[in-house]
Every structure is written in structure tokens, then in C-alpha cells.
Ligand binder design. Structure first.
Ligand SMILES: *Cc1c(COP(=O)(O)O)cnc(C)c1O
Length: 374
């Protein structure tokens, strides 16, 4: 039996909650289940305001609108990230300035940011790769000194912390993903967290197609209309009902995933002596069991490892291709060499990690990797 890279988790309650949503007679967005999800996240993680979205990509597009990005504004972000991090800002005409990853882990290297800041810089976007925190104190300092907005692409970082404070609660705005490849899922889904009080009112308007519909339903205005830019960013109640069934099992999901992550870490730690890299979780960060990776010594070795595992019916996969070298962006890039981003592009490999991965399956994977390196 093949071991896939990912298998979506189902709590078993999803269908009954979707049925409830249907029986309630309201299946468009911002209904009972959406509100239940919103209050869960606000209470659990201390976000000032959250809005479910149809994807993390959508939430990122909302951040670009809310940051007031206009053509020519500069946005600094890692090159080693998903295409949506960059697309959201490129769509609004921003000049994307890609920064390198750190040598310790794939997160953006804070030491390399200051040199990239110009009078046109408006935003720094961080990605907490694998759910492991960026160095938030340093970013806060930069943001204050240069009057920049911080946006956290926390797509992988639900239920993870920096010095005890939830990721997603630092940035002016933060985004999460509930895509089926993430820890907590709703098929396609995402969330915007708004921590900057000045942006709360406008975020609801952008969410509701540029109208003040939310304020209207709360009885704060007596008619609603087009008051700003916006789009259709809210998910239907069917998605929110699905998501809520997952949230109820958050603790169980997280402890299971962390256990699997720890098994990999312990089982493969002997590879360190062969100069194979394992994930580094700095003291200030937590691990949320989102993904487990190895750093191979060269591209050829990684290709061979993936092939070897595939022959044993184990699906291991590499990850991002540096965006500064992508077909769309390469000619727009200013030519700086981003050697760590390229390094992770060529050397990083992810192992299967999902709730239903059995002990037997995991032993098979660990033994196969150890055999490969024998
Ligand atoms: C998964 C992911 C996204 C995209 O999430 P969607 O919900 O599929 O739009 C964006 N950024 C990062 C870092 C991701 O891991």
C-alpha cells in the first residue's frame, strides 16, 4: 500500500454540521458557523478580529488592499514562499523585492532586510515556514523604525507561538490557510486576522465586496451601499460548518501531528552525523507539527532519495521553487543572488505527515530513509 504525502483529516462531524447549515436555511457566508469559527479563533489566539475567507490567497489579497498598496510601492518578502504571497501584491501593482532565507531555516533572514528598505517600501511580508516562527522582535523593531506594516503569511502556522504569543497576532494583518494540505482544513479555505484596530472596520467592508453590509446587519447604518474597494472574499456556511467540525478537534489533531513530527526527529537524528539537515526549532519558537523536512547534501542526492522512497511506495516531495527565478518574475528581479532560497529550493525534501499516518507506516518511512543513507 502506497503511503501518500498527505491525507485530509476528517473529524466525522463535518457532514452533520453541513446538514445543520442546510437545515438552518442560510448557506451563504457570515452565518452561524462562520461566527462560531470567528469567536473560536479570537478567544483561542487573541487575534483582535478575524474573518474567514475562501483561501489564504484571498486573505493575502485582502491584506494588499487594506495596506493601500498602489503601483510603485515596494513590498519585501521571502523568495522561498508560495506564489500567492507575491501575487496578492503584484496584482495591485507593487514592486516585489525578494529577500533571502536565513541559513538556519527557510524563514526570511531579518539581517538582510534593512538594506532593502527604501522610501517606497510599505510592507514586509513574513512567512513562518513549516509553522516555525520568524524573529518577531527584530521585525517589530524594523517596522517601528521605518514605519512599515508587517503582514504575516501564517498559512502553515496555526497554533504555533513566538515567545508564548500566537503567530498571526503580531502583524498588522495576518493570513491563514485551511487548504486540505494544512493542519486544520475545510477543502479550500482561509482566514484574515486583523490586529491593527484602525483596519478592523475597513476589513469588513473589503470582505463584503466593498459594501458596509456587515454594519447594516448589525443595525449600525440604515442602508448599505458601495463605500470602498472590495471583493467576494467570504466562504459559504457549508465551508464554515466543515471547518468548525475540525476546530472542535484541534487539540487532538495538533497533539497527533506533533507526536508524528517528534518520531521523525528522534528516528532520523542520527543523520545529523552525515550532515543531513533536520528542522531547527529556535528557543523562541514552537513546532506545530505542520511539516517535517530533511535537507539533503545536494540536488542529485535529493532526487535519488525521492526516487528511492517512491520505489518503496512512499511519497516524499520537495517544496517551493525560489520565486525570484520563476518564469514570471526572473526578468523583473534585480539580479541579487539569493543563495539560501536557492539552497532550500534544491535541497529540502518533505516526508509524509498526516493525522492517520500509522506507527507501522512511519517506521517504514524512517527505516527507508536510514537505509538510503547506509
Ligand atoms: C498554503 C499556503 C498558501 C496558500 O493557501 P491557500 O489557502 O491555498 O490559498 C499561501 N502561503 C503559504 C506560505 C502557504 O503555505
Amino acid at each position: 500500500m502506497q503511503i501518500p504525502f498527505n491525507k485530509p483529516y476528517f473529524s466525522g462531524k463535518e457532514i452533520s454540521y453541513i446538514k445543520k447549515a442546510i437545515q438552518s436555511g442560510k448557506i451563504s457566508g457570515d452565518g452561524m458557523f462562520t461566527k462560531k469559527c470567528h469567536s473560536f479563533f479570537e478567544k483561542e489566539y487573541g487575534f483582535k478580529k478575524v474573518l474567514l475567507t475562501s483561501s489564504c490567497t484571498d486573505a493575502l489579497e485582502m491584506t494588499a488592499i487594506l495596506a493601500g498598496i498602489s503601483p510603485g510601492d515596494e513590498v519585501i518578502m521571502p523568495s522561498f514562499t508560495f506564489v500567492s504571497t507575491a501575487n496578492a501584491f503584484a496584482l495591485r501593482g507593487a514592486k516585489i523585492v525578494f529577500a533571502d532565507s536565513s541559513s538556519e531555516n527557510p524563514n526570511i533572514d531579518v539581517a538582510k532586510i534593512e538594506a532593502l528598505i527604501t522610501p517606497k517600501t510599505k510592507v514586509i511580508v513574513l512567512v513562518h515556514y513549516a509553522g516555525i516562527a520568524c524573529q518577531m522582535d527584530e521585525f517589530d523593531k524594523l517596522a517601528k523604525q521605518y514605519h512599515l506594516m508587517i503582514i504575516e503569511d501564517a498559512a502553515m502556522a496555526i497554533d504555533s507561538f513566538y515567545k508564548g504569543k500566537a503567530l498571526g497576532s503580531f502583524g498588522n494583518l495576518s493570513t491563514f490557510s485551511f487548504h486540505e494540505s494544512k493542519n486544520i482544513i475545510s477543502g479550500e479555505g482561509g482566514m484574515l486576522a486583523v490586529n491593527d484596530s484602525d483596519l478592523i472596520k475597513r476589513s469588513e467592508i473589503v470582505w463584503e465586496k466593498g459594501t458596509n453590509r456587515s454594519a447594516f446587519f448589525r443595525g449600525e447604518v440604515n442602508k448599505y451601499g458601495w463605500v470602498d474597494l472590495g471583493s467576494s472574499f467570504l466562504p459559504s456556511e457549508l465551508n464554515a460548518a466543515f471547518l468548525y467540525a475540525q476546530l472542535e478537534n484541534m487539540k487532538d489533531i495538533q497533539s497527533k501531528r506533533k507526536k508524528i513530527w517528534n518520531n521523525y526527529f528522534d528516528g532520523l537524528s542520527s543523520l545529523k552525523s552525515k550532515e543531513i539537515g533536520l528542522p531547527v526549532v529556535p528557543d523562541y519558537a514552537t513546532n506545530n507539527g505542520h511539516l517535517f523536512y530533511l535537507i539533503c547534501r545536494c540536488l542529485e542526492e535529493r532526487s535519488k532519495l525521492i526516487k528511492y522512497l517512491k520505489e518503496k511506495e512512499i511519497m516524499a516531495v520537495f517544496h517551493y521553487l525560489s520565486l525570484h527565478k520563476s518564469p514570471y518574475f526572473a526578468e523583473k528581479h534585480d539580479g541579487r543572488v539569493l543563495s539560501n532560497a536557492d539552497f532550500y529550493t534544491d535541497h529540502l525534501v518533505r516526508l509524509p505527515l498526516f493525522y492517520k499516518l500509522t506507527d507501522a507506516e512511519q517506521s517504514k518511512i524512517i527505516n527507508a530513509v536510514l537505509d538510503f543513507y547506509k
